[in-house]
Design a binder for this molecule. Structure first.
Ligand code: HMH
Length: 219
């Protein structure tokens, strides 16, 4: 049997924070159908801005992979993730018009700005590929786990929110997250102690920012 990866060990070690991020009251309210639609709309507008800032971040990880990776397939995984953001931005626009959310007039809230600034701090050439891709994996897996929970048997997600949950809760996105996790675990096996520490801290910062992002959306 394969030994457990470092990421799995970290998620166990930090399971309280991981649960806070993936089983947030806002997600639970989608799952049980009690969601306040103003919260959903606030999330939608803010997340659109976040995703726009996420594109250059993912690009920066792709660039690091091209320069630093020891494995050819990393670039392909990251390129597929970057490519899917094209459809995601189009989806946000369509979804926003469906809910009457005017994207051009959304002002980024402080929590969102702080999160985007954190992404920027990981984009510099001084940040190691291993650290940056750990953050990317964490950002993606939290949404995947959160929204997949709203699609599980017994959930009472309102039909008008099903498409949102499918976007991050679908099987293909789950596979993408697993591919990212495999890359991270492979990189961490060869990381220095200092890199390991920085990558774990990056995971913790992502967990904190994600909880704050849900809190902000709940208002
Ligand atoms: C805040 N975290 C946030 N927004 C997203 N769209 C994702 C993660 C997943 O891409």
């Amino acid at each position: 049997a394969e030994a457990e990866g470092t990421t799995a060990t970290w998620l166990k070690k930090h399971h309280l924070m991981y649960t806070a991020a993936t089983r947030h009251p806002l997600i639970l309210s989608i799952r049980d159908g009690s969601i306040d639609l103003d919260s959903f709309k606030r999330w939608l507008g803010q997340d659109y801005l976040f995703v726009r800032a996420f594109v250059p971040f993912v690009s920066s990880v792709l660039l690091k992979a091209c320069r630093e990776s020891d494995n050819n397939s990393d670039m392909e995984v990251l390129l597929s993730g970057l490519a899917s953001l094209n459809g995601e931005i189009k989806w946000f626009k369509k979804e926003a018009s469906k809910w009457g959310v005017v994207l051009s007039s959304i002002v980024p809230q402080k929590v969102n700005q702080d999160y985007c600034r954190f992404l920027e701090s990981l984009m510099g050439p001084d940040v190691e590929y291993t650290v940056a891709i750990t953050a990317l994996w964490a950002i993606e897996v939290i949404y995947q786990q959160s929204f997949a929970h709203c699609l599980e048997e017994g959930s009472r997600t309102p039909p008008e929110l099903a498409e949102t949950c499918q976007r991050w809760g679908n099987e293909g996105f789950g596979q993408y997250c697993q591919s990212l996790q495999k890359i991270v675990d492979r990189r961490l096996l060869r990381a220095t102690d200092e890199e390991l520490k920085k990558a774990e801290v990056a995971l913790l910062r992502v967990l904190e920012h994600e909880v704050e992002f849900w809190n902000m959306s709940q208002g």
